[in-house]
Design a binder for this molecule. Structure first.
Ligand code: ARG
Length: 585
């Protein structure tokens, strides 16, 4: 079933061409939008102003001529109740309640809530999280993980073929120092006699850097380690693998807590492909040697002094780097993985890097914007209450796992206060759903390009635009269902929704717009469009629940079904955000 937006779009296009046969398909603009205020109806048609120029007529006259041609019925049933021309030539569209009723009834019998799977699913690669081996994940990686997981879940629900990739920074010359250091100080780590964890690795990593700068002998041994590692020496590779495994274990703990699944395909995966990249770029005449380094100059990029800024693909010592790996990665994703769409998620600080990689990849013919859609989506900083970059009091960046467990602990304290009687296992499960949900929701609900202030207190509130508020709306429906105690599946087969009261119509309209909200996010990759939608949904539901009695009324069946459709939409929407729903709260 096309969504209402698509349906109105084709109705108005048809009417426009009928009213003005001199226009061609290319003159038509896509100008149907959801109305922002109730007084403007349900949708708006805004094309009359843009058509004024090609038609050389007043927008209001154009709007009138189009309105006269719009087919108010759909399949012999009422669809549009009223069309009103407003202001300079807007058309406010009000739908017929029976049309909305019919749509709502179609949704309640559809497990996919009106979203049909595409006949030819696209391959969508979502690259996110991407921490660095032997370092802790930081809040930037948390944002990437939350946003990336949400987008991956969205495309999965929309029926695309999604590959989730974790581009872990697991390769580079720094591992030489770390291996040399561990061999000196903790050789048992590599023989399996000493157990350790990521926090130790982080400390050793820092210590190894210091020693590298002050100890000539250590420096040359570190370099030999790098040579051995890059040469594929078995012992070195084993040592490196031990380091990766320790890091991986720490990351997995976080992913488990967040319920995030992701395939590790770190920088090391592309290592064997790097020499071929240089060869290929050279054969295509794209490489310029600058101060001994091999560079690709990409038009339009300048450094701070205004000089051309190149992508450096091979250092003067022959080593490869971050840029080289990303060239190999984009080539592999387009040529081998045959991706239709690739989405990279990192902080905004890397925007220039990706813009250059994408351009260079285009120059090399690895990626063709006509065939693939490649996007980097950046996000802002996470700020502390002081308005500065989020960190613990000691000034060290907070360990992510601590941040998450704190959120869960605080959620548990709130729950205990609200309901001291709740059994412990129930309380623990709820605290986890609420604490993790709050962290995710706070991140996704703020526009991803802006900085956002991290506040446990705010994110854990039960009112306002928070996870708890939405989870609570879901719980309310679960409560009504328990109270009325009716087999909902059976009811769906027997009874129908009838939208009558204005609050019912408003809620029904919003429910029919779920697919429109998802399409917007799939297009703009801005998750707060979905949180906004769900927040509105909870508000419309609460208004309906305030205005319309459900239990024991003549409308009980219809209203119960409307509650059920709300709950299903909330659950699905929250699921896409990576947030669990609970039945009691
Ligand atoms: N490891 C990098 C970091 O922590 C992020 C990697 C992003 N992805 C990429 N293809 N470069 O900043």
């Amino acid at each position: 079933m096309p969504n209402t937006l698509a349906l109105l779009h084709s109705k108005f296009q048809k009417a426009t061409l009928e009213a003005f046969p001199q226009l061609s398909q290319d003159d038509l603009v896509d100008d149907i939008a959801q109305s922002t205020q109730d007084k403007f109806g349900h949708y708006q048609f805004n094309a009359a102003m843009k058509l004024a120029k090609p038609l050389k007529r007043k927008p209001r006259d154009i709007a009138q001529a189009i309105v006269d041609k719009v087919e108010a019925e759909e399949n012999g049933q009422p669809c549009i109740e009223n069309l009103e021309i407003a202001g300079p030539g807007f058309v406010n569209i009000t739908l017929d309640p029976s049309f909305l009723t019919e749509r709502a009834n179609a949704l309640i019998v559809d497990p996919r809530l009106g979203i049909s799977k595409p006949a030819n699913p696209k391959k969508v690669i979502v690259e996110f999280s991407s921490p660095n081996t032997a370092k802790e994940l930081h809040v930037g990686h948390l944002r990437s993980t939350i946003i990336g997981d949400c987008l991956a879940r969205l495309f999965e629900f929309l029926g695309e073929n999604v590959v989730r990739l974790n581009h872990v920074g697991d390769w580079g010359t720094a591992f030489g120092m770390l291996i040399a250091y561990i061999k000196d100080e903790h050789p048992g780590v590599f023989t399996g006699e000493e157990e350790t964890d990521l926090s130790h690795l982080v400390t050793w990593y820092k210590a190894s850097k210091k020693r590298f700068d002050s100890d000539e002998d250590f420096k040359s041994r570190s370099r030999l380690e790098v040579v051995a590692l890059q040469g594929g020496d078995t012992d070195s590779l084993k040592a490196w693998e031990v380091i990766c495994e320790i890091s991986r274990k720490a990351y997995q703990e976080i992913y488990d807590l967040l319920d995030v699944h992701i395939e590790e395909r770190g920088e090391s995966f592309y290592n064997p492909l790097l020499p071929g990249i240089i060869e290929d770029l050279e054969s295509k005449g794209l490489v310029t040697v600058s101060n001994g380094a091999k560079c690709v100059f990409v038009e339009g990029f300048k450094n701070r002094d205004g000089d051309p800024l190149p992508l450096m693909v091979q250092k003067s010592d022959g080593g490869y780097n971050y840029d080289t790996t990303d060239m190999a990665a984009i080539r592999h994703r387009c040529e081998e993985e045959k991706a239709d769409r690739i989405i990279y998620i990192t902080d905004l600080g890397q925007a220039t890097h990706f813009a250059m990689v994408f351009k260079a990849a285009q120059m090399a013919g690895y990626y063709d914007p006509k065939k693939q859609e490649v996007t980097h989506i950046g996000f802002g900083l996470v700020l502390g209450p002081d308005g500065k970059k989020f960190s613990t009091r000691a000034g060290e960046t907070e360990r992510l796992i601590d941040l998450l467990t704190t959120a869960v602990d605080k959620a548990e304290a709130i729950i205990s206060e609200r309901d001291p009687e709740m059994p412990q296992d129930e309380r623990k499960a709820l605290a986890k759903a609420l604490g993790i949900g709050a962290v995710k929701y706070a991140d996704l609900a703020s526009h991803r390009a802006s900085d956002y202030t991290f506040s446990y207190d705010r994110m854990l509130r039960f009112d306002g635009n928070t996870a708890a508020f939405l989870m609570y709306a879901y719980v309310r429906v679960a409560g009504i269902k328990r109270k009325i105690d009716i087999d909902i599946e059976e009811l769906i087969g027997k009874e129908k929704i009838a939208l009558q009261h204005p609050s019912e119509i408003a809620l029904g309209l919003h429910l029919t717009q779920f697919s429109e909200a998802l399409n917007t996010v799939a297009h703009d990759l801005i998750p707060n469009r979905l949180t906004d939608y769900l927040y509105e949904l909870a508000n419309k539901f609460n208004a309906f629940f305030r205005d319309c009695r459900v239990e024991g009324t003549e409308e009980q069946s219809s209203r119960l079904l409307l509650c059920e459709l709300t709950a299903r939409t909330l659950k699905q929407g929250l699921h896409i955000l990576g947030i669990e729903t609970v039945e009691k709260m």
